[in-house]
Write a protein that binds this ligand. Structure first.
Ligand SMILES: Nc1ncnc2c1ncn2[C@@H]1O[C@H](COP(=O)(O)OP(=O)(O)OP(=O)(O)O)[C@@H](O)[C@H]1O
Length: 260
């Protein structure tokens, strides 16, 4: 699969006459992983939905450029906090849902391969209700990968599972999504720092009526995910939390660890 970079300019959303943000600009390099952070209600999910071309109420605007100049439509996979598995379809049927909807032939071998990659070999005929939350998120990850989209948008994909499962999913996602351009909303600074090549932080703009602005912060250097015992990870986590609390706080991971 060919990696695809994106540039967005002049992103704006207004809800009920209130400006959530305007004039936002960002660059998602081909094959890179970007974490989108910010306080609750600042507009992260709305920005993700805008980029993904999902339905937006009220006034909105976006100039989105793909590196190959072709439309992004049909080249995005979406993964949400809730696994969004259909309870009346077995695991394999959930993976192949897109094929069935578009009346395309299924690639059952690939679906099985992906289920095996996420540790669910032999569960293709299970009902979603018979799986744990972590297993269901693994199916959701396999379904995201099955779509073979070069761009993946994820809205708090690992927030509903326990801490250890979350770490396991970081390993899996990082390995399996390698080469895709990923934009992930997360509330978890550790998750952002372990996985992302750059961090985008939405924060309130001091200017009246402007809504939120987007700050770009560098990620830590590879490997991905950054191992938990990396000293720079602990330091960067503390700095990022301080920065999320107060946008004037410095965020300067040790120079040797900076990826930008
Ligand atoms: N469809 C909508 N109509 C009107 N207002 C909306 C709509 N969707 C979101 N909002 C408002 O826009 C603001 C931003 O919501 P959004 O869900 O994008 O924030 P968020 O940063 O993702 O929040 P959280 O971290 O809590 O998930 C909130 O004040 C929300 O109430």
């Amino acid at each position: 699969m060919v990696s695809l970079g994106l540039t967005l300019n002049n992103a704006r959303i207004d809800y009920a006459g209130h400006t959530l943000f305007r004039d936002l600009t960002a660059r998602l390099d081909a094959g890179s992983w970007t974490a989108l952070l910010g306080r609750s209600g600042c507009g992260k999910s709305s920005l993700l939905r805008l980029l993904a071309g999902l339905e937006m109420p009220d006034r909105h605007q976006l100039e989105l450029h793909t590196d190959d100049g072709r439309p992004l439509v049909g080249r995005i996979a979406w993964m949400a906090q809730q696994d969004l598995l259909l309870p009346w379809r077995r695991v394999l049927d959930n993976l192949c849902l897109g094929d069935d909807l578009h009346r395309r032939p299924r690639n059952v071998a690939r679906a099985r391969e992906l289920l095996s990659a996420v540790g669910l070999e032999g569960r293709e005929h299970s009902w979603p209700d018979a799986l744990s939350g972590g297993q269901r998120q693994r199916v959701a990850l396999a379904r995201t990968l099955y779509q073979e989209a070069p761009v993946v948008m994820m809205d708090e994909p690992f927030s509903a599972v326990d801490a250890i499962t979350r770490l396991e999913l970081h390993d899996l996602a990082s390995r399996l999504l390698d080469g895709r351009t990923v934009l992930m909303v997360t509330h978890d600074p550790l998750e952002a720092l372990r996985l992302a090549d750059q961090l985008l932080v939405l924060r309130p703009d001091a200017r009246e009526g402007y809504g939120a602005v987007l700050d770009r912060l560098p990620g830590l250097s590879p490997p991905r995910p950054v191992p938990l015992d990396t000293p720079a990870l602990q330091q960067a986590q503390a700095e990022l939390i301080a920065r999320l609390r107060d946008p004037n706080e410095a965020f300067i991971p040790a120079a040797a660890e900076v990826n930008a």
